[in-house]
Write a protein that binds this ligand. Structure first.
Ligand SMILES: Cc1cc2nc3c(=O)[nH]c(=O)nc-3n(C[C@H](O)[C@H](O)[C@H](O)COP(=O)(O)OP(=O)(O)OC[C@H]3O[C@@H](n4cnc5c(N)ncnc54)[C@H](O)[C@@H]3O)c2cc1C
Length: 370
C-alpha cells in the first residue's frame, strides 16, 4: 500500500549529520521526513573511533569544526544527554624530528584559524606522559579536543529530532528520487512516497549513488578504517592520542577499555559490509605497543570496521547541487565527520531557511571536482 507524505524537507540518511539536520530544521519550524535504510546512527556515525578532534584537520575545515566543538559542549541541553563526550584533550605525537617540524608548522598555521595548540618538547612529553615509549620525541596538545561514545550520539540526535516533531523512518530504504522542476519525488521500499520542496543527501558512504540520481556525479571512494578494542584495563591514558602521519590512534574509555585504530579494513558499499583485516590489526597492535609499552599483553576483545565516503582531497562535499535547485549534499567526510556532524546539521538548516550560512563552507563546494 502506498503511503504519501508531503514535508518541506526530505532527508536521505540518518547518521549524525542527517539527524542533526532534522533537529535543526524542526527548530526552525519546517516539517521533515528522514529515511534511513537501517537504524539511525548505526552507520559510520555509530561505529567510528569516537575522536572529537580539531587538531590535524585541514585548515579549511576548522571554522566548521570549531562551530561543532561548541555544540558538543551543549549536547545535554540540545539532545538530552552528553553522548559520553569528554574534553580530554588530544595529543598528537612526533616520532622523529621531521614529525616535530610538521607539528610546529601546523600549530603556526592553525593559530591563524583560531586553534590554540601547545607544543611539547622531548623532556616535557616524558614528564607529562611517562607511559609513552622511547620513540616519542615531542607532541602537540589541543586541550579543547576530546572523545565521545559514537554508539550514543547519532541515536540521541534522532530521538531529539523525533521529539521535536520530525518524522523519522528507520528500516526505510530510499530506492529512487527525482525532481520534476518543482518538487522532489522520493520513493522508499514498502510503498512510502515523499514529495518535498527540499531534499538533503546525507547518505554517508552511499551518498555518491544518490548524487548520481541527479547527475551530480562526485568522485567518492569507500573508506573503512580498521578498529580494535581491548579488555578493560586500569585507567591511565587520560588523553585521546594520535600520531603525526595518522597511522595509529588510541583512547581509553572511563570503564577501562583501550580503543585503537590505524590503517584500512575492508568495505564494500554494494554488499553493505565491512570488516577489519587481521594483518592491519596486527600491524596496529605492534605500533600501539611501540607507543605505549604498558599495553603489551593486553587482550583484544573485538575488532571492526565501517563504511564512510572519502573524497580525493580528504575534505567533504557540503552545499548545493550543481544541477538541481533545492538539493543539498553533505558527504565524503573522509574518516573525520563524526566531530563535524552536529554543525553540519545546523549549516544545512541555515542553507534552507536563510539561503546562506555564517560558517565558511566555500572549500566544500562540489564544483571543485568539475
Ligand atoms: C571505523 C571508522 C572510524 C572513524 N573515526 C572517526 C573519528 O574518530 N572521528 C571523526 O570525526 N570521524 C570518524 N569517522 C568518520 C565518521 O564516522 C563519519 O564521517 C560520519 O559519521 C559520517 O556521518 P554521516 O551522517 O554523514 O554518515 P553515516 O553515519 O554513515 O550515515 C549515513 C546513513 O545513510 C543511510 N543511507 C544510505 N543510503 C540510504 C538509502 N538509499 N536510503 C536510506 N538510507 C540510506 C545509511 O544507512 C546510514 O545510516 C570514522 C569512520 C569510520 C567508518
Amino acid at each position: 500500500m502506498t503511503e504519501r507524505l508531503r514535508p518541506d524537507v526530505a532527508i536521505i540518511g540518518g547518521g549524525t549529520a542527517g539527524c542533526a539536520a532534522a533537529l535543526a530544521l524542526r527548530k526552525r519550524g519546517l516539517s521533515v521526513v528522514l529515511m534511513d535504510k537501517g537504524y539511525c546512527g548505526a552507520g559510520a556515525s555509530g561505529v567510528n573511533f569516537g575522536g572529537v578532534r580539531r587538531q590535524g584537520r585541514s585548515l579549511v575545515e576548522l571554522p566548521l569544526a570549531t562551530r561543532s566543538r561548541a555544540i558538543w559542549d551543549r549536547l545535554p541541553e540540545l539532545v538530552g544527554e552528553d553522548g559520553e563526550f569528554r574534553a580530554t584533550g588530544h595529543v598528537k605525537l612526533a616520532r622523529s624530528d621531521a614529525d616535530m617540524a610538521v607539528l610546529e608548522t601546523y600549530a603556526r598555521n592553525a593559530a591563524e584559524w583560531g586553534l590554540d595548540l601547545k607544543l611539547i618538547g622531548p623532556n616535557a612529553v616524558r614528564d607529562d606522559y611517562p607511559w609513552l615509549g622511547r620513540k616519542v620525541v615531542g607532541a602537540s596538545l589541543c586541550l579543547d579536543d576530546g572523545q565521545a561514545n559514537p554508539r550514543l550520539v547519532g541515536p540521541a540526535f534522532a530521538r531529539a529530532a523525533r521529539r521535536a516533531g520530525a518524522d523519522i523512518r528507520e528500516l526505510t530504504r530510499v530506492e529512487a528520487a527525482s525532481f520534476d522542476g518543482e518538487t522532489f519525488d522520493v520513493r522508499a521500499a514498502g510503498g512510502l512516497v515523499v514529495t518535498s520542496r527540499w531534499l538533503i543527501n546525507v547518505a554517508g558512504a552511499w551518498a555518491g549513488q544518490v548524487a548520481d540520481w541527479f547527475g551530480d556525479g562526485a568522485p567518492v571512494q569507500t573508506l573503512s578504517p580498521n578498529m580494535v578494542v581491548t579488555e578493560p584495563l586500569p585507567f591511565f591514558i587520560d588523553r585521546s592520542i594520535g600520531v603525526c602521519g595518522g597511522d595509529i590512534y588510541v583512547r581509553q574509555v572511563d570503564r577501562g577499555n583501550v580503543v585503537f585504530g590505524g590503517g584500512a579494513g575492508w568495505g564494500d558499499i554494494e554488499l553493505e559490509r565491512s570488516r577489519p583485516l587481521t594483518a592491519t590489526t596486527e600491524a596496529s597492535m605492534a605500533k600501539l605497543i611501540d607507543l605505549i609499552p604498558a599495553l603489551r599483553g593486553a587482550l583484544v576483545i573485538r575488532s571492526w570496521s565501517g563504511l564512510d565516503g572519502e573524497m580525493p582531497d580528504h575534505i567533504p562535499v557540503i552545499g548545493a547541487s550543481l544541477t538541481i535547485p533545492r538539493l543539498l549534499h553533505a558527504f565524503g567526510f573522509s574518516g573525520h565527520g563524526f566531530q563535524l556532524g552536529p554543525a553540519v546539521g545546523e549549516v544545512l538548516s541555515e542553507l534552507i531557511v536563510d539561503g546562506e550560512t555564517p560558517t565558511d563552507i566555500k572549500a566544500f563546494a562540489l564544483a571543485r571536482f568539475r
